[in-house]
Structure formats: C-alpha cells, structure tokens
Design a protein around this ligand. Structure first.
Ligand code: GLN
Length: 585
C-alpha cells in the first residue's frame, strides 16, 4: 500500500474503468451482498474482468474481533485478512480470490489518516473530514487492481449517519471520471404487511429520495420482496421515484441464493447495466452450468443428511446459523456437483453432553467445524468418537482436527487426560498446543498476535486419500507455471515459503487458529493407524500437521485448515466433495 498524500485521482481513466456502487435502502439484511455478487457474476460471464469491494462502516479495523454470534462468520482472505462474510459471498459466486484490500472499514480509514497525521505526513496542515478522510476512502477504492468494472457495496442503508463519507467519496469518484463510468444501484425492500396484503412502494420512494439528498440518483433499483414485483408497483416507482420501470429489477425471495443471478437475467439486468455503462458484451453469456447446479440443489431426489456439531446461539425461538455459513455453502456446492441435496442437522455440542450421541442417530455424515473456547468441547469429542467407531464419514475442520487427535489419544492410545492446551493447559498429554517455534515465527512476522492466518502450503502424502481428492479436482498445484505464478503475484512469502522454494507439488488452504498438533506424538498415532496426509514445512525439519486421515474407515479426514473458504459454487472443495460422496454411499 503506498502512502502518497496527493489527491487520489482517476481523472485520466485511460482504460475507461467503470465503477458500480451498490447501496441499500429501507432495511439491511435483505441480500445486498448476494445482489452485488450476482451482478458481478453476470458481468464476468459477459467477459469482463470484475472486482468487488465491501465497505463496512463500523469502527473496527477488521472483522477479526467481532463476535461471530453477533455479526456472523469471520471470512479469511488468502493474504490473511479477516473480513465480513460478504467477501465470502463474492468469492463463492465469482470463483475468484479477493484480497484483504477488498474489505474497507471506517476504522481502517481513520486509523490510516490518524497514523499519517502522527507521523507528520500532512506537513502541518489541518487534517479534516473533507478532503483527508474522503481521499483515503477514494484511494482505497481506486487502488484495488486493474479490473474493467469494480463493484463497491456499501454496508448498512442510506440515511445511516456512518454512510455519509462513503457516499460523498462515490460522488467524488463520479466527478473525476464522469457520469458514464459510474452506475448506482439501490437495493430496497418492498414489504407486504399482512393486514393490508399489498406490496408497498412507499419506503422505496423514500429511500430514493434519501439517496438523492447526497447528490446520488440511482440508475437501477433491485426490488427485494417476498414475491415478484408486478407492473403496478413498477409503475408506481417510475411515477414517484423517477426510475424508468424497466430499471426496476424484481428480486423475490428464493429457495437458494444461487437463483438470484438467474432471476436477474430474466429481467435482462446484464445488458441494461452494460448499456448504461456504454459497454458492449465481450462474449455471449453462458449460465448453463450455473443453472444446472442450481436446479440440482432445488430439485434433486437424492438427499443426504449431515450433522453439523457446533456452537449455536439461541435467540428466542431462533438458532443463529450465520457463524457456519461457509461450511453450509461448501456442503451445498459439493451437493450440487453430486446432483444431490444436503439436509443439515444442526446439533449443539452442548446438547450431546447432556443427551448423548443419540442426537446423531440416522445422519449419514458428521462435521465438527472450527471453534474457539471450551463450551461444548466434550460433546464434540463424543460426536467424533461416535463417527470413528461406527464407520460414519467424518470431516474435521481446524478445531475438528484438533479434537479428533484428542479423541484418538484418549480412546485408542489410552491417554486418559489427553487434551489441547487451549482447554486444559495442565494436561499430561498436550496433543495440541502452541509450538515454541511457531510462537517465535509468528512473533517475527508480528502477525495478528499469535494467529496463523491466511493461506499456507501443504505437501501431501501421495498414498493418502486427501492427495487423490486434491489431484482429482485439479486443486493440486503441480505444474511449475502455477507455482511460478504465485511468485509473480508476490505470494511467495513465509506462508508458502519452504515448499515453494523446493518447487514441490503442494496445495493451498486458508487458516485461522493458534494451536497446532504436537509433533512429539505423531509416531504413536501412526503406529495405531492414523495417516498424516499432509504437512506444512516451515523449514527443512520443522513441519506442521495439516491433514490427518484414518486408514480403516469409510471416510475420516480432518484438516487444520478451513477448506470451506476455498469452496465455490462452480468449483467445490475437494474435501467436502469427498466427504459428501462417502456419506451418500
Ligand atoms: N481454537 C483453535 C485454535 O485456535 C481452533 C481454531 C479454529 O477452529 N479456527 O487453534
């Protein structure tokens, strides 16, 4: 990131770069992220290079410190950014890796400006909201790569105080590059109050008005509602909001989020946007595969029930499942590719502690996802034991690997008090712990305190199931061209360090954890049938456990990584696919 203080400008805009700003009206949480991802997908399918930015107007510098039960899951980018879930939605739709720079928060903006001020970089000038804060926002939006079209989604709704600087910056970018190169999309909600039984457009009219007070007039309205928007409502918006009715796009509730781009195309959204931006399609759009996968998810006769043993926050009668959204979507992706539907049984691990493993009866596969803290740990260990002993397919993700090791140590290696030191720092058998060399390494990089964050390489054992799954799905980086390309992209840092140096075939998965498998126990596990299917090499002799599997089991695979962060609708994660396939047999 450069620290140039001059005003960021796109004035020349020689390559005719376009920006689409997506804002929300009426209420939040109606699917602005999915709408943004869907628009980006359509434009990408028309042959354009797209990029998507999410702006979160909160003061947190990133999402790493947000409680998942409050704000949903924390997404991890390849370069170790901890971001809002919307970045995940974009990656899943676009099948494209986004960097930490694609996530902007108010906290980052102010922190950068204040840090610069403290360093004296403003040369004694008074540092102000306009231009300094606005310039920093613009700089961050503009710096994101060389795409043809950049979509910028603004969190919250217009009218929120905290949205004002970002709308101001959007307007300023428009002034720099011209109205033809900027498109404004307003995602609104049309309620159907039950006592009236009619779809109301008034809140949308007010949102249009509110947005126009900032100098921005929407080009396109995405009308979210329970049902499709009818002619009468379109015309009402045209009459009272001055938006031609063909630019009001219907976005009814859907069974699967992957239907959204298909619905948008029914309203010819792609061509309408390209016309407004004075662009011609670069190729014919082809959504055949996308449609086929969506149909599978909705109508396939083959159903498989999977237990997700996690920590769920209950609010009244509602269970918050948002903290596992990536795992749920990774299962959906795998299911669509296997022409099946996945039914998820959400099992709170604390309930297993109270009521036992009978809660898992009948499921065809079990997942223990990532997690922190001691709540429900013994329930998760019980679920893993049940999967192992009853030959039920098991997939362990991060904490799910750590606890699989603990379970095996306790029940097979007979180390009664075996544990991870995260939960029991005094255990006689620290199967999972913070490794001294890891601590040192992390300190040297001064990276997110002590977390291992972002993508790390792993070299796989050729005899392992994990290896065949990555190989079959084309996720093994084998050819030197790919590997050299990582180097070109500047990604040959410590996370890929040693493996890439040796030019070994490797895979990359994203991480977010502190604790590691204690290497001193590896031999004991191996003697009893655990295959360590992959390691990350810090250097020639220090390595970290990345994957384990059981040899005599239908499917028992666990990883220290979070492969769900690299699962995409059109390209599912190998481990999820293998797991689901085994569960279906
Ligand atoms: N709490 C564990 C650790 O920090 C696992 C984290 C996770 O599952 N993401 O290592």
């Amino acid at each position: 990131m450069h620290t140039n203080n001059s005003e960021p400008k796109l004035k020349k805009n020689t390559n005719n770069k376009k920006f689409i700003f997506v804002t929300g009206g009426v209420i939040s949480g109606v699917g602005k992220g999915v709408a943004t991802a869907s628009i980006a997908l359509i434009l990408k399918k028309y042959g354009f290079k797209v990029n998507t930015i999410k702006i979160d107007p909160y003061i947190n510098v990133d999402a790493g410190t947000l409680r998942p039960t409050e704000h949903g899951e924390v997404w991890v980018t390849f370069d170790g950014g901890e971001t809002d879930q919307d970045i995940g939605t974009y990656e899943r739709f676009l099948n494209q890796e986004l960097s930490r720079q694609n996530s902007i928060t108010t906290g980052q903006i102010y922190k950068t400006v204040i840090d610069k001020e403290r360093k004296g970089e403003f040369l004694g000038k008074t540092v102000q909201f306009v231009p300094h804060i606005i310039n920093e926002i613009k700089r961050r939006i503009i710096q994101v790569d060389d795409s043809d079209i950049t979509l910028v989604e603004l969190g919250g709704t217009v009218g929120d105080y905290e949205n004002i600087p970002f709308l101001f910056a959007a307007k300023s970018i428009e002034k720099d590059i011209g109205r033809d190169n900027v498109l404004y999309v307003l995602v609104t909600y049309l309620p159907v109050p039950s006592h009236i039984g009619e779809m109301k457009t008034k809140p949308t009219q007010q949102a249009i008005k509110q947005l126009s007070e900032t100098g921005i007039f929407p080009d396109l309205i995405i009308a979210r509602s329970e049902n499709k928007i009818d002619k009468v409502r379109r015309e009402k918006i045209e009459k009272y909001g001055n938006i031609p009715s063909e630019y009001v796009i219907s976005a009814p509730d859907v069974e699967s989020i992957y239907e959204v781009p298909l619905n948008f195309q029914k309203d010819k959204l792609g061509i309408k946007i390209l016309n407004k931006l004075r662009l011609k399609p670069k190729r014919r759009i082809n959504l055949v595969k996308w449609e086929k996968l969506t149909t599978a998810l909705k109508t396939s006769k083959s159903k498989v029930e999977i237990a997700l043993v996690g920590k769920y926050l209950k609010t009244g009668n509602y269970d918050l499942k948002d903290s596992y959204v990536s795992v749920i979507e990774a299962l959906n992706h795998a299911a669509a590719h296997l022409n099946a539907r996945v039914m998820i049984r959400f099992v709170p691990s604390e309930d297993i502690e109270k009521k036992g493993v009978s809660l898992l009866k009948g499921v065809k596969g079990i997942i223990v996802p990532g997690g922190f803290g001691s709540k429900g740990i013994e329930g998760k260990i019980k679920a893993i034991k049940y999967a192992r002993e009853n030959n039920i397919p098991y997939l362990g993700l991060c904490l799910g690997l750590q606890l699989a090791m603990v379970e095996f140590a306790r029940n097979v290696l007979k180390m009664k008090d075996a544990h991870t030191t995260e939960i029991n720092p005094k255990t006689k058998h620290p199967i999972v712990m913070i490794l001294p060399e890891q601590r040192k390494l992390l300190k040297e990089h001064a990276y997110g305190a002590t977390m291992r964050l972002g993508e790390y390489s792993a070299v796989l054992n050729k005899e392992s199931r994990v290896f065949s799954l990555y190989k079959e799905t084309g996720r093994l980086n084998e050819d030197m061209k790919t590997i050299r390309n990582y180097k070109k992209l500047g990604r040959e840092d410590y996370r890929l360090g040693y493996d890439i140096k040796l030019r070994r075939p490797m895979i990359l998965e994203r991480h977010r954890h502190r604790y590691e498998v204690n290497p001193e126990y590896i031999k004991l596990f191996e003697d009893k049938g655990v295959l360590f299917s992959g390691f990350h090499y810090i250097n020639e002799k220090d390595k970290l456990v990345e994957f384990i599997e059981l040899k005599n089991h239908k499917f028992f695979v666990a990883t220290q990584a979070h492969p769900e962060f690299k699962s995409r609708f059109e390209d599912p994660s190998p481990l999820f696919k293998g797991f689901l396939e085994a569960s279906m047999n």
